[in-house]
Design a protein. Structure first.
Length: 727
């Protein structure tokens, strides 16, 4: 028997922007599973458009037990039940929903129309005029209000009947209101274009059931946008060529479309501002706008008159005070950071980038005589990842933040509260690990900053580019429009010298084996590919004492891939014990004490993509729950969010970008094939601070260093920076 509860909504405990609600219901009627709650208040959860204390609601779903909050009703669908008894109708009409109707007037209406009052208001409103005190205007107003009141639920019902979940239906109606059904009838792919998390596959499945033909122009249009999004976010390109898009269309559509349909689809997408074509380059409109905005803002800053503060003596005094000595490159970077409107500081490991950030902060504060509070109001330290921000904060002693957190990202709507309309009051922003920032995030940051705000971008242009579209740091430096200071002289020496020297050799395309096995900081263990997995495990046993130890791997598959190594490393670092609870998620067995990596930003929990943590507690019973410790920040995960983390004894080089570890073990084999290229190998090597262990084949190292043929990203930012947008 289907479980349900029927009653009156009492209050909301929590509600997200997307409509997810935790509330209380005073139960009047219920199925057997919930009958003990009749006459009592029952907590409920689910997605709701709106709720009020007047209506009666029938909620269908199931009664569940939450570990912390106890029994609650998990709502799958719900409907509003219009009042039937006379007293209930009087209460409803006089509730305030209907303007101009008080209790007295409501009583006189119900006295004459009886139990059919609401039906008459909807179907024959002219009959109301016969009632004393009700004129034509009031009758029409009553009819329209009740009609609108009913409309939302009818629309929601229509959406769910077509195959949308209650969550999706709530999201759609919240955005489009009374226009929802016309959009649904005209072109339901509009939901895919305009609503986050409304995937092409989800809409396409419903559209096909509704009778859309394979090459329906509406479907072709959506397929073009879908293909462009996939190409941009898998390749990092900001644009594609027509032939690329057309080659994928038959795979998505299941049929080859006529050229005339494709041409019409492209024209309509341009007209509706979903697509931008610049010469022969096909852009998602949003990515084109982002590249243009970045170019415009940086060109404006670069061509503005810079400041000429006399900072040399202040820097000399600071050097003496801190007992530091800077080379000419570093001095120039520090001074220009405060004088220039926008500056790029780039350099490899050991060139002093982090120390320079620390000194810029101190010089800025001392020169302008800012208090600590004033400094935090004026100067902001940012990084694309939580770990990089934490490093900045530890080095400078000043608060640092992820860019998403600074811009007040709303995960539900994928929007930023700090934007072009509500700008930050910061006057100086320093962004570390700038090579990791994609064009969309940089454009959002610039939109949230005043044009009077100075910007310093710090990063290593030889590291991997961002995961998202664009090649920001490389394009900016290559354009020569923005003042760029390249740090070449090694600043960090001592125990790191072999790793740093080896890294700089990689950058130059040279494999110099003289740095291998001459000290304890750089070890090369040459073994056959079939021995690599066991050898990584053997080395790992020696490093269990290190808190900051990480195995980095370029790929997930093969016998030496991330997935296989994680299984072996789990047995070393976290073997099974009768006291440790376990849970199987997909094909992966997790146990208490396991190291995991966050895959998706969760700003409400202060956890971000790439953060590393340890599983502290597992509840594997009826109500599954996992608690993960991210440096003292305990975050709870339920089955709906288990996909947001993954085992992390071994992680990808891409995920490690922006992080540093005391010890890095790096397997390297010809099995990795197309993942053997210089920029990725260089990024992996430079993650190590104290010790680097290379395990594998010398020929694979040579191939990685010599291979500079990784696919170059297609972007126009460099061109826009050089020549302007209308060039």
């Amino acid at each position: 028997m289907e479980e349900y509860v029927k009653g009156n909504y009492k209050r909301t405990i929590f509600q997200s922007d997307q409509g997810f609600t935790i509330g209380l219901l005073k139960v009047q009627e219920a199925s057997d599973a919930c009958k003990n709650y009749i006459g009592k208040t029952l907590p409920f959860t689910g997605y709701f458009l709106d709720l009020n204390e007047v209506d009666t609601y029938k909620m269908k779903g199931k009664l569940v037990v939450h570990k912390k909050y106890g029994e609650q009703f998990e709502v799958e669908t719900y409907e509003k039940v219009l009042p039937e008894e006379k007293d209930a109708i009087i209460t409803f009409l006089s509730s305030g929903i209907f303007k101009g109707i008080g209790k007295k007037k409501a009583e006189s209406i119900v006295k004459i129309l009886g139990k059919n009052t609401l039906k008459i208001i909807l179907e024959a409103p002219s009959d109301l005029i016969l009632i004393e005190g009700v004129n034509e205007k009031l009758a029409r107003q009553l009819h329209n209000t009740l009609l609108k009141y009913e409309e939302s639920y009818e629309i929601m019902l229509s959406l769910t009947e077509k195959g949308f979940s209650m969550k999706d239906a709530t999201t759609i109606y919240s955005k489009y209101k009374e226009k929802t059904l016309s959009i649904l009838e005209e072109d339901m792919y509009t939901f895919f274009y305009q609503i986050k998390d409304m995937t092409f596959q989800k809409i396409d499945l419903i559209a096909r059931k509704e009778g859309y033909e394979k090459t329906d122009k509406r479907r072709v249009k959506a397929s073009i946008i879908y293909i462009l999004r996939e190409l941009s976010f898998t390749s990092g390109n900001t644009y594609s060529y027509r032939e690329e898009i057309v080659s994928y269309l038959p795979k998505v559509l299941g049929e080859i479309p006529q050229q005339e349909i494709v041409d019409d689809a492209i024209r309509e997408l341009i007209t509706s501002f979903e697509l931008m074509v610049v010469k022969d380059k096909y852009y998602l409109q949003s990515l084109y706008d982002d590249e243009c905005y970045i170019a415009s803002r940086f060109r404006l800053l670069a061509h503005q008159e810079k400041d000429h503060y006399a900072l040399e003596n202040w820097l000399e005094a600071l050097q003496k005070e801190e007992n530091l000595s800077y080379n000419d490159e570093q001095k120039k970077a520090i001074l220009e950071a405060i004088n220039q409107n926008v500056l790029v500081i780039t350099g490899g490991p050991g060139t002093g980038k982090t120390t320079i950030i620390e000194t810029i902060v101190k010089l800025y504060q001392s020169f302008f005589q800012y208090s600590s509070k004033e400094l935090e109001e004026k100067l902001v330290l940012l990084a694309p990842t939580g770990r990089a921000a934490k490093r900045m904060s530890e080095k400078t002693g000043m608060k640092a933040s992820t860019i998403h957190r600074f811009l007040k990202w709303n995960k539900e709507t994928d929007t930023f509260s700090i934007n072009e309309y509500f700008k930050s009051e910061a006057r100086f922003v320093i962004v570390d690990e700038a090579s990791m920032i994609d064009v969309s995030l940089m454009a959002s940051l610039l939109r949230g900053l005043s044009v009077q705000c100075k910007i310093v971008l710090v990063g290593d242009q030889d590291q991997l580019p961002s995961v998202g579209p664009g090649n920001l740091l490389k394009d900016i430096i290559s354009s020569s429009v923005i003042e760029t200071i390249s740090l070449k002289k090694l600043y960090r020496q001592g125990e790191d010298s072999n790793i740093i020297a080896f890294a700089h050799g990689i950058k130059s395309g040279e494999f110099d084996s003289q740095y291998l096995n001459v000290g304890e900081d750089l070890i090369f263990d040459e073994v056959l590919m079939q021995q690599i997995s066991d050898e990584v495990s053997d080395f790992a046993k020696d490093f269990t004492k290190y808190d900051s130890f990480q195995v980095l791997v370029p790929t997930y598959k093969t016998i030496c891939g991330i997935d296989a190594l994680n299984v072996k490393l789990q047995e070393i670092f976290n073997p099974p014990e009768h006291t440790k609870k376990e849970i199987l998620i997909g094909d992966t067995l997790y146990r208490e004490g396991d190291k995991v990596i966050q895959l998706i930003n969760m700003p409400d929990e202060n956890v971000y993509n790439g953060d590393l943590g340890f599983i502290r507690q597992i509840h594997a019973g009826k109500k599954k729950e996992i608690t993960i410790d991210f440096d003292g920040n305990l975050v709870k995960y339920t089955p709906s969010s288990f996909h947001k983390f993954k085992s992390a004894w071994a992680i990808s080089v891409h995920k490690a970008q922006g992080s540093e570890f005391d010890v890095v073990v790096l397997p390297i084999t010809s099995l990795y094939r197309n993942m053997l290229y210089r920029k990725l190998f260089y990024t992996a090597v430079t993650r190590s601070k104290k010790m680097l262990v290379l395990i594998g084949e010398k020929i694979a190292i040579q191939k990685a260093i010599q291979n500079t043929q990784q696919i170059e990203r297609k972007t126009m930012l460099e061109e826009f920076l050089k020549n302007g947008i209308n060039s």
